[in-house]
Design a protein around this ligand. Structure first.
Ligand SMILES: [Zn+2]
Length: 396
């Protein structure tokens, strides 16, 4: 064999061996250079209310400062959330203030780790590799208690998006769950006059209108009123995984017209039809089959067996990174590269995709996007630039 031929073979072998690490290195470099903005994380209600310190290295949950930084997270919208039943008799608004106070406490005690931002300019000034820029999103219109003064007050305390509803409707906006549920026929769907005034006031205050969780009629009513681009802070694609919380194609096309952005939710039950099928099976026929063979005097044992079988089946059915990227691909193919972002919903979801286990794992999604042929500039848009455009248009 000629020396030159040997040399070619040698170079080919070396490049083959180096190819994978180089690609991974390139991904890591790009990922950490890009501004990563995640629009939805529930660690205030999931971790902080349980007494955990997000500035420490935590074993529990999906989020803490060190994992945020490992994941390359530059800007995190911290979700202020309370459910249909308020935590105390003082009500929803009080719950919201308590969570905002807990974020204040974190930022004031650890200025080297967390900074606040309430505008695009502040994000640009404070985004720093060593710090997490914290923004506030309030998840659920019920927290304004149908009072525009409370809306103003939450805005003054830093709220930069309001999700018009959570799963529960308010007096002025119907939710996706209620618009698609059993009592839907009797429902006055969409935004009331007061609801339209809420949207107008959000526009005036520079607070982004978030249309995750809202029913379709509320979605279109809000788009008809808003003069600013909106976000869906944590929703995925209905055509891939048809569940009530995901966005249909017509909604995505309307979102494009508005100039808004949909941020993909990682929750397996919004990503994978197969996962949803397993959930339905284990709360129906699968459950019945185990309780049928268990003796009626031993329901505790049957319950334990059912829970263990369900947990194992759901764990096995978890989608992977590729299936999350499929939602991004779908959105890009339908409405273009300028309207997709990331709103993982970490610490708000009971299951996570394989490979996207917590906030430290975002670089793996970037690797997957590189593998699928996305350009550097496209990846930067997905990771944060698109959302920042919406932030700029609402609160420059
Ligand atoms: Zn949610």
């Amino acid at each position: 064999m000629k020396l030159s031929r040997l040399l070619v073979l040698f170079v080919a072998a070396v490049s083959f061996i180096l190819a994978e690490p180089l690609a991974a290195q390139k991904g890591k470099g790009l990922h950490h250079r890009a501004l990563l903005v995640d629009t939805h994380n529930d660690c205030l209600s999931g971790q902080t209310l349980a007494g955990r310190d997000l500035a420490a290295s935590l074993k529990e949950g999906h989020s803490d400062y060190y994992r945020f930084k490992k994941g390359g997270v530059d800007v995190q919208f911290f979700s202020v959330f309370t459910g249909e039943t308020a935590r105390t008799s003082l009500g929803y608004y009080h719950d919201a203030i308590e969570e905002i106070d807990s974020l204040n406490r974190l930022v004031l005690r650890h200025p080297d780790k967390f900074n606040f931002a309430t505008s695009y300019r502040e994000v640009k000034r404070r985004a720093h590799r060593r710090r997490v820029v914290a923004m506030i999103g309030v998840e659920g219109g019920h927290m304004i208690e149908s009072d525009l003064n409370k809306l103003d007050s939450l805005s003054a305390r830093g709220m930069r998006y309001l999700t018009l509803t959570w799963n529960n409707s308010t007096e002025w906006a119907t939710s996706a769950r209620d618009e698609s549920g059993a009592g839907a026929a009797l429902l006055q769907k969409g935004l009331s006059e007061f609801g339209k005034n809420v949207v107008r006031r959000l526009n005036e205050l520079g607070v982004i209108v978030d249309l995750s969780h809202v029913g379709e009629q509320t979605f279109y009513d809000a788009l008809a009123v808003t003069t600013k681009p909106v976000l869906l802070t944590h929703s995925s694609v209905w055509s891939i995984c048809p569940v009530f919380r995901n966005a249909k194609d017509e909604q995505l096309l309307a979102l494009k017209k508005n100039g808004g952005v949909i941020c993909v939710n990682f929750y397996p039950a919004f990503i994978s039809k197969e996962f949803v099928a397993q959930q339905r099976y284990w709360s129906g026929a699968g459950k019945d089959s185990i309780f049928a063979i268990g003796s009626s005097s031993d329901t505790a044992k049957a319950r334990g067996q059912w829970q263990a079988a369900m947990a194992a089946a759901l764990d096995k059915a978890r989608p992977g990174i590729g299936e999350v990227a499929d939602h991004i691909d779908y959105i890009v193919n339908l409405i273009g590269i300028d309207h997709v972002g990331i709103g993982a919903d970490f610490d708000g979801i009971g299951f996570v995709p394989r490979g996207l286990e917590d906030v430290s794992s975002y670089p793996r999604l970037t690797d997957e996007l590189i593998r699928r042929g996305y350009s550097n500039s496209a990846i930067k848009k997905i990771l944060g630039k698109n959302v920042l455009r919406v932030v700029k248009a609402n609160c420059p």
